[in-house]
Design a protein around this ligand. Structure first.
Ligand code: NAD
Length: 336
């Protein structure tokens, strides 16, 4: 297996997660790690840097993984691309649409390089099953979807997520972005977007603790989303209504184990009522007990870098499209 010379910029929680996934995959030779907080690098017996530009210049990698805070992501992505590297970057793709467009332009000036963003929810087993059920046509066509994704945030805490100049937004940009990406994945491209954000509990926080969004495609498919930082018991629910049945995704396996068991339930429409009463039919449920999303995601990145298959998930077009939706909810803005 060809190994790509790789550096990881930003060695907080996600940097460590990506490091482990890259090691496990085997196709990345991680030669350098960088974090502005160099204390975080002491566990790594490879070249360590406090300055990301210096890290890229010195190591001359083929691959750069960008796992910094949101505000730093666009500069590192653009620099990595400029230096001829393939780049894997965390979500969100910067703080606003303008940032995402900057990265798209930078990729446009490259030839044969890969830029992928970390929308890892597409690689959860429940989501993979739902996608293959839908693509099989078994349940007809998707016409509507309703997503709820929420966590118990503490917007008083001194951390970068609560600093709007670094994070760029509140819960919608931080966590809701994953649900928006899934709604696009299952329903299609939305052209009509309406929504609002509120500070219902954390009144003085810079970012919102609540967002409600309604979406519609040109062909009339609809979706809604509730993104919350005041979901005191963590929740991930996605209902997908199809012409011939439905799919419900409930729970999500994460490192905190707080979103409950991950499961997919589906029902195929049966108007002869062989499968039970109308409105309370027999359903089929599958449960999953392992989160392989990080592995599958890095494998897709590797395959794109090595030319085995082209990128399908987390493309720059996905990044721009989802940031367009978010900017329309927040109202037009430029990078803080
Ligand atoms: N894909 C997912 O599901 C997922 C989950 C959590 C976080 N994220 C995203 O990953 C990114 C990092 O989040 P995290 O939870 O790991 O946060 P974190 O605070 O644990 O890590 C961020 C790291 O970036 C470092 N950093 C900041 N500025 C830097 C700079 N100029 N140069 C080098 N390092 C710098 C910080 O010191 C910190 O260690 C964020 O964009 C976040 O939105 C994605």
């Amino acid at each position: 297996m060809r190994k790509y010379r790789t550096v990881i910029i930003g060695m907080g929680r996600m940097g460590r997660t990506r490091y482990d996934a890259m090691k496990k995959h085997g196709g990345f030779d991680v030669v350098g790690v960088c974090d502005s907080n160099e204390e975080l690098l002491s566990d790594y017996d490879i070249n360590r840097y406090g300055d990301w530009k210096c890290c890229i210049d010195q190591e001359q990698p083929e691959v750069v993984a960008v796992c910094t805070v949101n505000a730093v992501i666009p500069s590192v992505v653009c620099y990595g691309l400029e230096k001829g590297c393939h780049v894997f970057a965390e979500k969100p793709p910067g703080r606003c649409l303008e940032d995402a467009l900057l990265m798209r332009d930078a990729l446009g000036r490259c030839e044969g390089q890969v830029l992928k963003f970390g929308f890892n929810h597409r690689y959860h087993y429940g989501v993979i099953e739902a996608k293959s059920l839908i693509d099989s046509g078994f349940l007809g066509e998707v016409v509507a979807a309703r997503g709820v994704y929420g966590k118990a945030g503490d917007l008083r805490r001194q951390e970068w997520r609560n600093d709007i100049s670094i994070a760029g937004g509140g819960i919608l940009l931080d966590q809701g972005i994953h649900m928006l990406d899934l709604l696009r994945y299952f329903v299609g491209d939305f052209t009509l977007v309406e929504g609002f954000t509120e500070n219902l509990v954390w009144k003085n926080a810079a970012g919102e603790d609540t967002a409600f969004v309604t979406l519609k495609t040109d062909s009339g498919k609809v979706a809604t989303m509730h993104s919350s930082a005041i979901q005191w018991k963590h929740k991930f629910d996605l209902d997908i209504t199809c012409t011939e049945g439905y799919i419900a995704l409930n729970g999500l396996l994460t490192s905190t184990q707080s979103y409950g068991e991950e499961r997919i339930t589906y029902y195929k429409r049966d108007l002869e009522l062989k499968s039970g009463k109308l409105g309370n039919p027999t359903e089929y449920t599958m449960c999953f007990d392992e989160d392989r999303s990080w592995d599958f995601e890095i494998a897709e990145f590797y395959d794109a870098v090595s030319g085995k298959r082209s990128l399908v998930n987390g493309t720059v077009d996905d990044a721009v499209a989802v940031m367009e939706l978010i900017d329309r909810v927040y109202g037009k803005r430029t990078a803080p």
